[in-house]
Design a protein around this ligand. Structure first.
Ligand code: KMH
Ligand code: ZN
Length: 278
């Protein structure tokens, strides 16, 4: 990728970990999610990475709710709808595989197990392989989530053994700064990028206080950005995030300053190999 490519901005508005009672601005209902998604599109996002919550604001992979969510986001926005297949650390592999039945445009696909704070986010190779095969059967474009260097080795193994993804293009997200994964700093980002498949494009996500340094590093290295309340709940030291749109606005401002303004959803579809909606 050249360094003058427009910047793909993905917003991850909710996640599976934050608690609505502690973080009232977190979008957890379908209405809140669609409202946030519209605001984030206006601010420069092209992809929405989606985790959903149940009536008690707890993470769920309920199949009907997932399908309703995909429909509502398509109805209300032009964003590429990327469902999380990572879910919460407590979700079963079967439920995580069944996420794809909601027929999103795209999905996350994590390429290995990682310590996740005090928990374990489990992704054994047979599950990765089955999930990858299912993306191909159903025509869903995967984004390869890489929390550590071993995940990059597994991505190479997956592509060598099972070929290119649906859509033909490899796009990765370096998820940096998870306690248990690779650190979120410029030196680590540079090393990780150099280990990616040559043909891949990539985004980077810095968790918590690594959000801003990872954004600057990614922009200068020609990468794309993921931001959102799944990843960061503080806008600055001592100042909670008031909503996802301000995180997207900040990312869009930095991208524009870097002479790489935000990519529109149509441009992102072309880059990622996501088919236009009929
Ligand atoms: N919630 C984490 C355990 C993904 O969305 O694919 C996993 C996660 C990754 O968020
Ligand atoms: Zn996620």
């Amino acid at each position: 990728m050249t360094n003058d490519s427009p910047t793909l901005i993905t917003v991850a508005p909710t996640g599976a970990e934050a608690d609505k009672t502690a973080v009232p601005a977190l979008p957890v209902t379908l209405d809140e999610l669609v409202t946030t998604a519209k605001e984030c599109q206006a601010a420069g996002a092209a992809v929405v990475h989606v985790h959903i919550r149940d009536g008690q604001a707890q993470p769920t992979l309920d199949r009907a709710r997932l399908a309703d969510t995909v429909a509502a986001l398509r109805e209300g926005t032009d964003l590429i709808v990327q469902l999380s297949t990572g879910g919460a650390v407590t979700d079963s592999f079967d439920d995580r595989l069944a996420v794809l039945d909601a027929a999103p445009d795209a999905c996350s696909l994590t390429c290995g197990t990682v310590n996740f704070g005090d928990e374990v986010f489990s992704n054994p190779y047979p599950f990765i392989r089955d999930l990858y095969a299912r993306t191909k059967e159903l025509g869903v474009v995967p984004e390869f989530e890489l929390f550590d260097f071993g995940h990059i080795a597994t991505l190479h193994r997956l592509l060598a053994g099972h070929g290119a993804p649906h859509g033909g293009h490899v796009h990765c997200d370096l998820v940096m700064g998870v306690p248990g994964g690779m650190p979120g700093d410029a030196a680590t980002l540079t090393q990780a990028v150099s280990a990616l498949p040559a043909e891949a494009t990539w985004s980077a996500t810095g968790i918590g206080r690594t959000s801003v340094p990872v954004m600057f590093a990614a922009l200068s290295a020609g990468g794309h950005l993921r931001v959102g309340m799944e990843d960061t709940l503080s806008f600055a030291r001592g100042r909670p995030v008031t909503g996802n749109a301000e995180l997207v606005e900040r990312a869009a401002t930095l991208a524009s300053l870097a002479q790489r303004p935000p990519m529109r959803p149509g441009q992102a579809r072309v880059m990622l190999g996501v088919r236009e909606r009929s």
